[in-house]
Write a protein that binds this ligand. Structure first.
Ligand code: G3P
Length: 215
């Protein structure tokens, strides 16, 4: 399973990249705003900066919600860097835009996916990635992980190549369960990736080994 980091924070992206386990980055307008990145030129520069830190795919989201606007923005984003994947919302015009981009060889990430039916549409339109938001489903008392399971079954039934990118990941058990269910990618906050490292028996075992090495 690939690990993407879900942030626009350059320091956190560098930290994850330095660990050697990072396969890509996802951003969204909320994450960009959190870093104070405003204005078309600054936003474009920030995406390029991210692409220079990582070697994998970097999702950059369109703001337009009409077909023409999404195509215009998406084409500009795709031209910024070869690692850019155009992130498109799961709406009717978005499905059309994904189909258009797929025909042009521009890679897409279909975002704001909350049902298996939406994921099926994204795959039929030729999305490179589909982003089911598992944490936000959990927030409304719906099992986010069972959506990953359903999408995996549906995609495998028909051999869809769209990669399942589990998003809105909140904690290490989300990551582990996504891996068990066969998600292709999990995009996670740095805290969730670092939490995978931790085990008290590792800490106490290492402390013992270091103490014994001095004997
Ligand atoms: O990038 C989309 C998604 O990962 C957002 O996560 O935590 O805002 O639900 P969250």
């Amino acid at each position: 399973m690939k690990f993407f980091i879900d942030t626009a924070n350059l320091a956190q992206i560098k930290e994850a990249q330095d660990m050697g386990v990072l396969d890509g980055v996802t951003t969204n307008p909320t994450l960009m705003a959190k870093e104070g990145i405003k204005g078309e030129a600054n936003i474009a520069k920030h995406y390029v900066d991210i692409c220079t830190i990582v070697t994998g795919d970097v999702s950059a989201e369109v703001i337009a919600t009409d077909f023409e606007g999404m195509v215009r923005e998406g084409e500009l984003l795709a031209k910024l860097h070869k690692q850019i994947v155009v992130k498109i919302p799961m709406i009717r015009e978005g499905v059309k835009a994904i189909k258009y981009f797929s025909g042009k060889g521009i890679r897409t990430n279909c975002t704001l996916v909350f049902s298996a039916g939406q994921a099926l549409l994204a795959a039929k339109a030729g999305a490179t990635y589909v982003s089911p938001f598992i944490g936000r489903l959990d927030d409304v008392s719906t099992d986010g992980l069972s959506l990953i399971e359903d999408i995996r079954i549906i995609y495998d039934n028909y051999g869809y190549k769209t990669q399942i990118l589990a998003a809105s990941v909140r904690h290490p058990m989300h990551i582990i369960n996504c891996a068990k269910l066969g998600a292709d990618v999990a995009t996670c906050p740095l805290t969730a990736i670092l939490a995978l490292l931790k085990h008290p028996l590792t800490d106490s075992g290492l402390a013992q080994f270091l103490a014994d090495a001095k004997k």
